[in-house]
Design a protein around this ligand. Structure first.
Ligand code: PEP
Ligand code: MG
Length: 888
C-alpha cells in the first residue's frame, strides 16, 4: 500500500532527508529541520502524490488515508501530551499547504484548528488566559470560514469593526475576553446565515474540511495564474502539513516573526527580519500592526523606537542566531524562516531558500563561493538568469529633478514610471494596449497577481518588507514601494491624496523601489553598471559555457549595447528595419511601385548608399566579431500605406497617382502574408533587391577594412528557404556581387553565405541545403509557426487556454517546443553536419534569449544562440548553466 502520511518532530523524521517532490517544499524542510535536531512542533505531511490521486479519483480520498491521518495525530498527541478534541486540554493544529516550489499567497493556511465551544474553555483553563483562548477561537472561525467554507470575509471584518466601535476600542489588543467571546457569537451567526449550517463543532470534520480545502486550492484560479506565469506544471500537486500549534500570542514573552539569514534586498550578510510581540503569524504579513526590527543595527539604521528582538528578547535572539547558522550550513543557501516564541521558547515553523532580488542573488552566490560554502560552478547555477533582467534595467538618474510626493519602504528595486491605476483588471487592460502603468493599492492580495504582472511597478499604502506586495514583486522582478503610509487612496473616486496633493487615475508617477521614493511625473533614468559581483559571476559563467552568445540587433547603438553586455557577434541583423527609416521609406515605396526592373533599380540606387552606411557603422562597432546580415524578409505590402488618409500623402511623395498606388497595394495584398510573398521569394522574383543589399554589405566591408585595417566578418543570410534550388539562386547573386565589388575595390573579404532554417521542409532537406549553405541559423519564430501551423500574429488569442489545459507547458513562441520543433532542429543538425561537418549552427528566433530554450540548444549541439541586447547576459548565464547541467 502506498504511504501518503509522513511524520516529523520529537525525534521522528519519516521523510528521511525530505524529498521536496513528495513532501512539498514546506514539508520537506520541516522534516529536514527536525532531522538536525531543531525545535520543530511535531506534525505530519500528506504527500503531493495524494493530491494527484485525489484529482484522479474525482476529488475523493482513499479509505486508507483515514487510518494514516489518525496515526499522524497519535504521533502529535504522544509528543505534546494533548489530545485532539479533548475538552480539558485540547491539541490544536495548523493546516498549511506546501507545493514543491513556494507559491506565495497561492495556498491558504488554517490556524488553531481543533477549537469548538467546548475545547475553547479547556484552552482558557490550561493557558490561564481566557482572552487568548477566545481570541484564538474567533481567529479560527474567521480563517476557516474564509479558506475552507469560502464565505465572504468582508462580513467578518465588518463584525469586528462594529464590535470595536461599540466598545470604543481602537486596536484589537484593546479587546477583552468577553469582547472576543461575544464576537465568536456574531461570527457563528454569520456562518449560519451564509453557509446555511452551523459552524462545524466536530474537530475531525474541521480537519478533513481543511485538508480538502488545501487540495482544492491547487486548482483555484489564482494558483493556475501563478503556475502559468511561472511555468509550473499542473500535475505536481501540493502537500498538506498538519502541525501542532504553538502560540506567539500568549503575552509579552511570546512573539512571532519572519527572518532571512541575509538581506534579501541587497544580499548583505546581516540578519534581516521583523517580529511582533504577542501576536500570531498572520499579523506580521498582513500589515495590520507595524512589525519591529530583528536586530538593533537595523532598528537604529531605520531610526525606529520600538525595541528590536535583539534588545527585547536577547536570549531567544541568540538562540535564533545559532539556528540561522545551522540552517545556512545545512541547506547551503540563504534561508527564509518563520518562527514563534511561546512563553520564551523558540519554535521553528518553516524554512526555505529565501526569495531575493537579482542583486542579492548575485551577491549571495558570489559571497558564498568566496566563503567556501559552495563552489563557483554552484554559484553560477544558483542565479536565475531571467532575474538578471532586474539588474540590467535602468535606475533613476541622480541628477534628474524629482518632485517627491512621499516615500515608503524600498520593497523591490528598480525604477518605473507609468500612469496610475487602482485595480488589477485596469492594470491588465491598459498594459495590453502598450501603456506603462503603476498599480496603486492599499495592499495587494493574491487576486491582484495578474495586475502586478502587467504593471511596471507597484505602490502600496500598507504592509512591510515581507507583505504580499513586497514578496511577490521581488519574485516577479517588478519595482515596488510598499507601506507608503501617507497615501490616502480613494479607489472609488480613482485617485489618491498625499498631503495637499491629489493624483488621479491616468496621471504619471515614478517609483524608486531602491529608495522607496514616490514622485509625480516621469523621472529620467540611467543605465546600470555591470561591474562588481555581476562581472565576477559572468566571468565564472563564461568559463563554464560552451555555447557562444550573439545578439539580434540592427542599429549601431543596439550592437554597442549588446557588445558591452558581452555579445560575441551579431546573429541576426534584420535589414527591413532599415527600410522603414523615415528618410528611406519613399525610395522603398518607389521601388515597390516601379513596374519594371529598370524602375526598381533606379530606386534601389538611392537606397544603396544608405544601406552601405548602416553596415559600415555596424562593422565598425563589431570589429573582430562575425555579423550575420539577413537579406530582406517581409512581404512588400508592409511598406505601403493601409489607411485611406495616407494614400494621398504617399502618392505625392512617391510621385505616382493615388489610383496607381491603390492598385499596387491591392495587387500586393495577401490573405496569409506570413506564408506569402516574403523571404527569399522576394529575392527570387526581384533579384535586384538582394543584389543591392549584397553590394551594400561588401562595399561597406571593403571600406571598413581599408579604413581600420581590420576586416569585418560578414555572414550573408537568406531567409525562408525551403529548397536547395532557392539557395543556389540566391548564393549565385551574392557571390557574383561579391566578386564584382572585390574587383572594383581591389580587395577581398572572407565571407560566408548561409540560410535560416524556418520551414519544416528546410529542416528535413538540411542535408541537401548544406551542400550550398555554409551556416544555418534556426529562425524558430517562423519554424514554430510553420511546424505547429499556428500564426505568430494570431496565436495570443487562444494560446493561454492551451497552456491552461496543459496542451503546452509554456507558450511555444516563448519557450521552444522541444518535442516537435525541437525534433526538426535535431534532424537538421544531424543532416546538415553529415554533409558539411564544419557547418556553423545557431539560433536567432526569440527563443535564443529564453533559458529553457538555451538548455535545449546546448543539448542539440548548436554553436551559438542569438538574443536581443538586454538578454545577452541572461543567455550567457543560461548557457553556462546548461553546460554545467550537461556535465553531470
Ligand atoms: C525567426 O523566424 O525566428 C526569425 C528570427 O525571423 P523573424 O522573426 O524576423 O521572422
Ligand atoms: Mg523568420
Amino acid at each position: 500500500m502506498t504511504q501518503y502520511v509522513y511524520r516529523f518532530g520529537g525525534g521522528v523524521s519519516d521523510g528521511g532527508q525530505g524529498d521536496k517532490n513528495l513532501l512539498g517544499g514546506k514539508g520537506a524542510n520541516l522534516d529536514g529541520m527536525a532531522s538536525i535536531g531543531l525545535p520543530v512542533p511535531p506534525g505530519f505531511t500528506i504527500s503531493t502524490a495524494m493530491c494527484t490521486r485525489y484529482y484522479d479519483d474525482g476529488q475523493r480520498f482513499p479509505d486508507s488515508l483515514r487510518a494514516e491521518v489518525a496515526n499522524g495525530l497519535t504521533h502529535i498527541e504522544g509528543i505534546t501530551g494533548k489530545r485532539f478534541g479533548d475538552a480539558a486540554d485540547p491539541l490544536l493544529v495548523s493546516v498549511r499547504s506546501g507545493a514543491r516550489v513556494s507559491m506565495p499567497g497561492m495556498m491558504d493556511t488554517v490556524l488553531n484548528l481543533g477549537l469548538n465551544d467546548e475545547t475553547v474553555e479547556g484552552l482558557a483553563e490550561v493557558s490561564g488566559d481566557r482572552r487568548f483562548a477566545w481570541d484564538s477561537y474567533r481567529r479560527f472561525i474567521q480563517m476557516y470560514s474564509d479558506v475552507v467554507l469560502e464565505l465572504d470575509h468582508g462580513a467578518f471584518e465588518e463584525a469586528l469593526e462594529v464590535a470595536k466601535e461599540d466598545k470604543g476600542h481602537f486596536l484589537d489588543t484593546d479587546m477583552t475576553a468577553e469582547d472576543w467571546q461575544a464576537l465568536v457569537g456574531s461570527y457563528k451567526k454569520i456562518v449560519e446565515q451564509q453557509w446555511g449550517k452551523p459552524f462545524p463543532q466536530d474537530v475531525n470534520d474541521q480537519l478533513w474540511g481543511a485538508i480538502g480545502a488545501v487540495f482544492g486550492s491547487w486548482q483555484s484560479e489564482r494558483a493556475k495564474v501563478y503556475r502559468r506565469l511561472n511555468g509550473i506544471p499542473g500535475d505536481w500537486g501540493t502537500a498538506v502539513n498538519v502541525q501542532a500549534m504553538v502560540f506567539g500570542n500568549m503575552g509579552e514573552t511570546s512573539a512571532t516573526g519572519v527572518a532571512f539569514t541575509r538581506d534579501p534586498a541587497t544580499g548583505e550578510r546581516a540578519y534581516y527580519g521583523e517580529f511582533l510581540i504577542n501576536a500570531q503569524g498572520e499579523d506580521v504579513v498582513a500589515g495590520i500592526r507595524t512589525p519591529q526590527y530583528l536586530t538593533r543595527a537595523a532598528r537604529e539604521r531605520a531610526g525606529a523606537k520600538a525595541a528590536s528582538m535583539e534588545e527585547a528578547m536577547p536570549e531567544t535572539f541568540a538562540e535564533l542566531a545559532r539556528v540561522f547558522a545551522l540552517l545556512e550550513d545545512h541547506y547551503r543557501d540563504m534561508q527564509d524562516i518563520e518562527f514563534t516564541v511561546e512563553r520564551g521558547k523558540l519554535w521553528m515553523l518553516q524554512t526555505r531558500n529565501g526569495k531575493r532580488t537579482a542583486a542579492a542573488a548575485l551577491k549571495i552566490a558570489v559571497d558564498m563561493a568566496n566563503e567556501g560554502l559552495i563552489s563557483r560552478d554552484e554559484a553560477v547555477a544558483r542565479v536565475d538568469p531571467a532575474a538578471l533582467d532586474q539588474l540590467l534595467h535602468p535606475t533613476l538618474d541622480p541628477a534628474a529633478p524629482r518632485d517627491v510626493l512621499t516615500s515608503g519602504l524600498p520593497a523591490s528595486p528598480g525604477a518605473a514610471s507609468g500612469t496610475v491605476v487602482f485595480d488589477a483588471d485596469t492594470a491588465e487592460k491598459h498594459a495590453a494596449l502598450g501603456e506603462a502603468v503603476i498599480l496603486v493599492r492599499v495592499e495587494t492580495s493574491p487576486e491582484d497577481i495578474h495586475g502586478m504582472h502587467a504593471a511596471k511597478g507597484i505602490l502600496t499604502a500598507r504592509g512591510g518588507m515581507t507583505s504580499h506586495a513586497a514578496v511577490v514583486a521581488r519574485g516577479m522582478g517588478r519595482p515596488c514601494v510598499s507601506g507608503a503610509g501617507t497615501l490616502a487612496i480613494d479607489a472609488k473616486a480613482r485617485l489618491f491624496r498625499v498631503g495637499e496633493r491629489t493624483i488621479k487615475e491616468g496621471e504619471v508617477i515614478t517609483i524608486d523601489g531602491a529608495s522607496g521614493e514616490v514622485m509625480a511625473g516621469e523621472v529620467a533614468t540611467v543605465q546600470p553598471e555591470l561591474a562588481g559581483d555581476f562581472g565576477t559571476l559572468m566571468a565564472w559563467a563564461d568559463g563554464a559555457r560552451r555555447l557562444k552568445v550573439r545578439t539580434n540587433a540592427e542599429t549601431p547603438h543596439d550592437c554597442r549595447t549588446a557588445r558591452d553586455f558581452g555579445a560575441e557577434g551579431v546573429g541576426l541583423c534584420r535589414t527591413e528595419h532599415m527600410f522603414f527609416d523615415a528618410g528611406r521609406i519613399t525610395a522603398v515605396r518607389q521601388m515597390i511601385l516601379a513596374d519594371s526592373e529598370q524602375g526598381r533599380r533606379a530606386a534601389l540606387d538611392k537606397l544603396l548608399p544608405e544601406q552601405r552606411a548602416d553596415f559600415t557603422e555596424i562593422f565598425e562597432v563589431m570589429t573582430g566579431l562575425p555579423v550575420t546580415i539577413r537579406l530582406l524578409d517581409p512581404p512588400l505590402h508592409e511598406f505601403l500605406p493601409h489607411e485611406e488618409a495616407e494614400f494621398a500623402e504617399v502618392a505625392e511623395a512617391a510621385s505616382v497617382a493615388v489610383d496607381t498606388l491603390k492598385r499596387r497595394a491591392a495587387e500586393l495584398h495577401e490573405v496569409n502574408p506570413m506564408l506569402g510573398h516574403r523571404g527569399c521569394r522576394l529575392g527570387v522574383t526581384y533579384p535586384e533587391i538582394y543584389e543591392m543589399q549584397a553590394r551594400a554589405i561588401f562595399e561597406a566591408a571593403c571600406d571598413v577594412a581599408a579604413k581600420t585595417g581590420a576586416a569585418p566578418i560578414p555572414e550573408v543570410m537568406v531567409p525562408l528557404v525551403a529548397t536547395r534550388r532557392e539557395l543556389d539562386l540566391m548564393k549565385a547573386i551574392i557571390d557574383d556581387t561579391a566578386k564584382a565589388v572585390f574587383a572594383e575595390k581591389g580587395r577581398e573579404i572572407a565571407y560566408l553565405v548561409g540560410t535560416m532554417i524556418e520551414l519544416p521542409r528546410a529542416a528535413l532537406k538540411a542535408g541537401e541545403i548544406a551542400e550550398v549553405g555554409q551556416f544555418f541559423s534556426f529562425g524558430t519564430n517562423d519554424l514554430t509557426q510553420t511546424t505547429l501551423g499556428v500564426s505568430r500574429d494570431d496565436a495570443g488569442r487562444f494560446l493561454t487556454s492551451y497552456v491552461d489545459k496543459g496542451i503546452f507547458t509554456r507558450d511555444p513562441f516563448v519557450s521552444i517546443d522541444t518535442e516537435g520543433v525541437g525534433e526538426l532542429i535535431r534532424i537538421a543538425v544531424e543532416r546538415g553536419r553529415a554533409t558539411r561537418p564544419e557547418i556553423k549552427l545557431g539560433i536567432c528566433g526569440e527563443h535564443g534569449g529564453d533559458p529553457a530554450s538555451i538548455a535545449f540548444c546546448e543539448g542539440a549541439g548548436l554553436d551559438y544562440v542569438s538574443a536581443s541586447p538586454y538578454r545577452v547576459p541572461i543567455a550567457r548565464l543560461a548557457a553556462a548553466q546548461a553546460a554545467l547541467k550537461n556535465r553531470v
